[in-house]
Ligand binder design. Structure first.
Ligand code: DAH
Length: 339
């Protein structure tokens, strides 16, 4: 019996030592100390042992059990430590490795140009006011002196929702909306998206952006318009920029003009950028038509004002020397990253 127990103990200790994973160790425990384990079966066979020998055999069995248990415990500690160590090694972070670059977004060229323009006008005391993109025909056309059968309406063919509602073709309707509120004087710009049913090409898009400007007060003259837009041109395109006003026609202003700036690429000598002319067309402007003032509830004998409309994409394309408007809408990060 003593030999049998010694054999069991030695086999158990050897197997414990050979176990290298918690699961294997558990198997060994079950194999020797479990309900059907080898040591347990020795205890079960005690009835075959002579009664006078039982205490001694019992003591041997206990000694074997204690030896196996303490070996199991000791080995478990070793295995746990080894497993932990392996995990720590596997999960270790090498703080000397270069960090992954977080690529954060940045502003679109349109946004950069708009913020610059807003900075100029807010600096001159202008308010920024937004109007609806879905607009009434009445505001988009009628109140701007473009009645139902006016040819200017054809030039700005757009997306109609029904006979009275459309996607605005210009930011000019915000002029009428602000004037109608009746709070004078007015000194505002209104940036926003506009829509026209144009085919996409290098200079056209069915959706683009404009910035409207409107100043209404007593004694506002064309000189104020010129002075203001000259400051804007210099701030936007450089101190040496010259401006030129060409007579033009817009239904809602009288007189009307288009403003050109001297080419900031060649300084006015003429280059590929300005198509040899030395000038670049920037915006439309004029003195608010008295009829428009009256339609919007302002006494044209007491008040005068000027207005202007700038294409945002046009400014962005010029400033960043981009030669195709489509690039602004494709959201190709390799392109956008450059600005
Ligand atoms: N709304 C005009 C357009 O889309 C641009 C414009 C011209 C706006 C003259 C104005 C202005 O306020 O005075 O072509």
């Amino acid at each position: 019996m003593k030999d049998k127990l010694r054999l069991i103990k030695e086999t158990a200790l050897a197997q414990i030592q050979a176990s290298d994973m918690p699961d294997k160790l558990k198997d060994v425990r079950v194999k020797f100390l479990g309900k059907k384990g080898e040591l347990t079966s020795v205890l079960k066979s005690m009835k075959e042992v002579a009664p006078e020998d039982r205490p001694k055999v019992g003591q041997w069995v206990n000694e074997a059990r204690e030896a196996i248990e303490s070996a199991l415990d000791a080995r478990k500690k070793e295995i746990d430590a080894a497993v932990l160590e392996a995990r720590l090694k596997a999960e270790a972070i090498d703080v000397s490795l270069p960090a992954k670059k977080l690529s954060i977004g940045h502003r679109h060229p349109n946004t950069i140009a708009l913020e610059e323009l807003e900075r100029v006008f807010v600096g001159l005391g202008y308010e920024v006011i937004e109007g609806p993109e879905i607009e009434l025909d009445e505001y988009n056309f009628t109140k701007l002196n473009i009645p139902a059968d006016h040819p200017a309406k054809d030039e700005q063919d757009t997306f109609y929702i029904n006979d009275e509602i459309l996607l605005r073709t210009q930011t000019s309707p915000v002029q009428a909306r602000v004037m109608e509120k009746g709070k004078l004087p007015i000194c505002m710009i209104s940036p926003g998206r506009v829509f026209r049913s144009d085919e996409v090409d290098a200079t056209h898009s069915p959706s683009f952006h404009q910035i409207e400007g409107l100043v209404i007060d007593k004694n506002i003259s064309f000189a104020d318009l010129k002075g203001t837009l000259e400051v804007f041109a210099k701030e936007m395109f450089g101190e040496d920029t010259k401006t030129k006003f060409r007579p033009h026609h817009f239904p809602f202003t009288e007189p009307s003009a288009e403003m050109d700036v001297s080419c900031f690429k060649c300084g006015g000598k003429g280059c590929r950028f300005c198509k040899g002319s030395g000038w670049i067309e920037i915006l439309g402007c004029g003195m608010v038509h008295p009829h428009v003032l009256e339609m919007c509830g302002i006494d044209a004998n007491e008040y005068t004002g000027f207005a202007f409309g700038v294409g945002l994409e046009r400014i962005a394309l010029l400033k960043y020397e981009i030669d195709d408007m489509r690039l602004l809408y494709e959201n190709d990060i390799r392109f956008l990253k450059q600005f």
